[in-house]
Write a new protein. Structure first.
Ligand SMILES: [Mn+2]
Length: 361
C-alpha cells in the first residue's frame, strides 16, 4: 500500500517521490483516506523527501470544489505540480535541480491542443510526468502515442492512470507505468505491485523495481453454485492469515442450485457477515447473465450492463431483483403480470420486504 512506498523511499534514501495522479480514488475522499494519506506523507516530508504529484481524473473535483491534492499541498506534505492544466518548472532536490513537465489528466478532446503547447524544461536532467493512457497499451480508451507525446529530451517519463506495471524504452528514454499500489478491480488482481526506483545520476536514467508486499488481495471465487460451495472456498482462503482484509469477487455459476431464492439469500447473508466481522473489505457478487469482462487489460469503459445486473444493483437484494425482473419481463408479454402480482401477494414475507423498500424512499 502507499504506506509501504513511503517506507521504501525512506529506506532507500531517495531524493524525491513522484506520483502521476489518482492518489485518491475519489475527488471527495473519506476522512479515513485523508487521514492515511496525510499520515504517510508526513513521514516522507519528515525525512526530507519531497512528494511531487499531479492530478488524475479522480483528483480533479467536479464543479468548483477543492481537489484533495490541494489540501495535501496546503498542509505542507505534497507539492502539486499540475492540477487542471500542464506546467513546466524546476524543483530543487538534495542532489540538485530536476526539471519537469507535468500533464495532469486531460480530456481526450483537449489533449492534442495541450501537447502542441507543451514546453520542456531547460535543465540537465528532467522528467515528463503525465496522467494518460498511451496508445501503446492498446486499450480502447488510449489516445496518445509516445511519438505524439514527444518524449525525447527528457531523462525519464513517469506515467500514471494504468494500474498494472508496464514499461518501455523510447529512443533511449525509459517510459514507465509503475502500476497502482493497490488493486481496485478484479481485472487488476495480479499478485504483483511495484514501485520504480529511478537513478538519474548517470548519463541516462536507469530503473529498478522494488516489489511491494502489503497490498490488498482480491480473491476470486468462481463458479459458485451453492451456499456450501462458497463456504468451502472461503475456508480454503484462510482469510484471517492475509495481512490486509481482501476484497471478495464471487461469481455465481449459471447452473447452480442458487437459482432458488433462498440459496442466494444465504449467499448474500454470508458475504455481508464477512464484511461485518471485518474479515473482508467488501465484495462483488456477479449473477449469471452479467456479461463477462473480457481481456486482461484495464478498461475505464465497463461493458454495457445487463438488465439483471442493473436491477440487482438498484435493489441489492436477490429476491427482490428476481421479482422486479419478473414484473418487467412479464409486462413485455412473458409470464402474465397478473400472475406475478398474485404470487407476490401470496408471499407475506416478500410483501413486507417491498413495504420496507418503499418506505425508505
Ligand atoms: Mn486516472
Amino acid at each position: 500500500m502507499f504506506d509501504e512506498v513511503v517506507e521504501v523511499a525512506i529506506r532507500e534514501r531517495v531524493d524525491g517521490v513522484i506520483h502521476c495522479g489518482d492518489l485518491f480514488d475519489d475527488p471527495e475522499p473519506s476522512p479515513r483516506a485523508f487521514y492515511n494519506a496525510v499520515k504517510s506523507l508526513k513521514k516522507l516530508s519528515g525525512a526530507g523527501i519531497p512528494f511531487l504529484v499531479i492530478a488524475g481524473q479522480h483528483d480533479q473535483p467536479k464543479r468548483a470544489e477543492v481537489s484533495p491534492l490541494k489540501v495535501l499541498e496546503e498542509v505542507g506534505v505534497a507539492r502539486l505540480l499540475a492540477l487542471g492544466k500542464p506546467s513546466t518548472g524546476v524543483v530543487n532536490l538534495r542532489s540538485g535541480e530536476l526539471g519537469f513537465t507535468a500533464i495532469p489528466y486531460t480530456p481526450p478532446g483537449a489533449m492534442h491542443g495541450v501537447l502542441r503547447e507543451l514546453r520542456k524544461p531547460d535543465t540537465r536532467r528532467s522528467v515528463l510526468m503525465a496522467h494518460l493512457l498511451l496508445k501503446e497499451l492498446n486499450l480502447p480508451t488510449s489516445h496518445v502515442s509516445l511519438a505524439e507525446l514527444g518524449v525525447s529530451g527528457f531523462s525519464y517519463v513517469a506515467l500514471g492512470d494504468y494500474h498494472l506495471r508496464w514499461s518501455t524504452n523510447y529512443s533511449g528514454v525509459p517510459v514507465v507505468y509503475p502500476g497502482s499500489t493497490e488493486a481496485l478491480d478484479v481485472l487488476e488482481s495480479s499478485d504483483e505491485r511495484y514501485v520504480a526506483m529511478v537513478d538519474l545520476s548517470g548519463e541516462s536514467a536507469s530503473v529498478s523495481w522494488v516489489k511491494l508486499s502489503r497490498f490488498r488481495k482480491i480473491l476470486v471465487v468462481d463458479n459458485v453454485s451453492s451456499f456450501a460451495d462458497l463456504q468451502r472456498a472461503i475456508l480454503r482462503y484462510r482469510l484471517e492469515e492475509l495481512g490486509k482484509k481482501p476484497m471478495l469477487y464471487v461469481k455465481l455459476s449459471p447452473k447452480g442450485g442458487y437459482t432458488s431464492s433462498s440459496e442466494r439469500v444465504r449467499i448474500e447473508q454470508l458475504l455481508r457477515d464477512l464484511v461485518r466481522q471485518g474479515k473482508i473489505l467488501n465484495y462483488r457478487l456477479v449473477l449469471p447473465g452479467v456479461e463477462e469482462v473480457e481481456g486482461s487489460g484495464v478498461s475505464e469503459e465497463a461493458p454495457p450492463p445487463t438488465l439483471d445486473y442493473v436491477v440487482y444493483e438498484v435493489v441489492k437484494d436477490p429476491e427482490l431483483s428476481e421479482l422486479l425482473l419478473k414484473i418487467i419481463r412479464g409486462s413485455e408479454g412473458g409470464e402474465g403480470i397478473r400472475k406475478v402480482i398474485d404470487d407476490v401477494l401470496a408471499n407475506e414475507r416478500l410483501v413486507e420486504k417491498l413495504r420496507k423498500v418503499v418506505s425508505k424512499r
